[in-house]
Ligand binder design. Structure first.
Ligand code: SF4
Length: 356
């Protein structure tokens, strides 16, 4: 069990962030927000795969005006993502969103920030102060950062976020979530670690602009996972240049790998070696398909031989260890029976249905 950093609790409609709340999973739509129909459809798809808070970009007045319609058709808490324009922030708040995200790197003027804070206060919604590394420094010509520069960047990000937070507090507004995302997971980790020593605001974790799916998964797992393993982080969002559903799945995979939360079954399968006599990837694919609609947080093992299989997957709720012509079904490390190859999948599925 990971001991979590103590943070204040902030409410985003029915979902709380921080304090003793479960670490929530956030997503962001990739539709044009002005296209209400497509945006609502994508939000429903995200809710289906476990998204708990959804954010939409608000780059135009038309998008800001669409928020009310979107909000009326969805069940997830809605967050408006605002850059540069205090007017759009005020329009989003008036439209009834459940939280807004602003970047103090591009809404810098205290008068503008003050208007937003007072509106959020009036509507009783929280603000995420979301700093991205790109909005902190003019880094023209800086191709490779040296460790000291990375450190410096993290420090500047934290200074910017806390300066805004202190200003908000001076206006008697404390419903604050903060984020400090860089595209480099190491800078991201440094920034959050530093901020964790200086405040009790709940943290929205993420690594930004991580690239295409595979690279993104590794960067997110390192950035978000390292912090969560240290007890830092209250809500997470994985970013990838790919389908938004994949971001949600990856977020849950990170939480599951750390034993924090599981939203669907986890498949433990071996890497395969010279002892394997079956087409294990195919069998894993069949098991995965069979589990597609399973919501119980089970651990299911699919191992490539009977020599090491049951032992290596002893913690699984249910498993199969395959060998040529037959396989073993096992439960919590105990072998239940030997089954012929033809009957293996059916018997495994039967055991799965009967699992308590
Ligand atoms: S379970 Fe068996 S086949 Fe799979 S990696 Fe281990 S020893 Fe090899």
């Amino acid at each position: 069990m990971i001991a979590r950093r103590k943070t204040r609790k902030v409410q985003v409609a029915a979902v709380s962030i921080g304090g003793d709340s479960p670490i929530s999973v956030q997503g962001m739509t990739k539709t044009r927000t002005e296209d209400t129909k497509a945006t609502v459809r994508q939000i429903e798809e995200l809710a289906e795969v476990g998204c708990e808070i959804v954010r939409v970009a608000v780059p135009t007045r038309v998008a800001a005006r669409a928020l009310k319609k979107i909000k009326a058709q969805i069940s997830l808490p809605l967050v408006a993502d605002i850059h540069y324009s205090p007017t759009l922030a005020l329009m989003a708040i008036e439209a009834g969103v459940d939280k807004i995200r602003i970047n103090p790197g591009n809404i810098r003027k205290p008068e503008a920030q003050k208007k937003i804070v007072l509106a959020a206060k009036k509507h009783k919604i929280p603000i995420r102060i979301g700093v991205n590394s790109g909005s902190v420094l003019p880094r023209k010509g800086l191709k490779v950062m040296r460790p000291a520069e990375e450190q410096n960047l993290a420090v500047l990000m934290v200074e910017l976020v806390l300066k805004a937070a202190h200003f908000f507090e001076s206006l008697d507004f404390g419903d604050i979530v903060i984020s400090l995302k860089a595209s480099d997971p190491i800078v991201t980790i440094r920034a959050y670690r530093l901020a964790a020593m200086k405040c009790d605001y709940p943290f929205h974790l993420g690594v930004t602009a991580t690239g295409p799916a595979e690279e993104s998964m590794a960067k997110s797992a390192i950035g978000i996972g390292t912090l969560l393993a240290e007890g830092i982080g209250d809500t997470i969002r994985v970013s990838t240049t790919g389908p938004p559903q994949l971001e949600i799945k990856t977020a849950y995979d990170i939480l599951a790998a750390l034993g924090i939360r599981r939203h669907s079954p986890e498949i433990i399968s071996c890497p395969v070696c010279g002892r394997c006599e079956v087409d294990l990837p195919k069998i894993v694919g069949e098991v995965k398909e069979a589990l597609a609609h399973e919501k119980r947080p089970l651990k299911i093992a699919v191992m490539g031989c009977v020599v090491n299989g049951p032992g290596e997957a002893a913690e699984a709720d249910l498993g199969i260890a395959c060998t040529k012509d037959y396989g073993f079904i096992f439960k919590k490390g105990e072998i239940l029976r030997r089954v012929s190859e033809n009957a293996l999948m059916n018997e495994f599925l039967q055991e799965l249905r009967e699992l308590e």
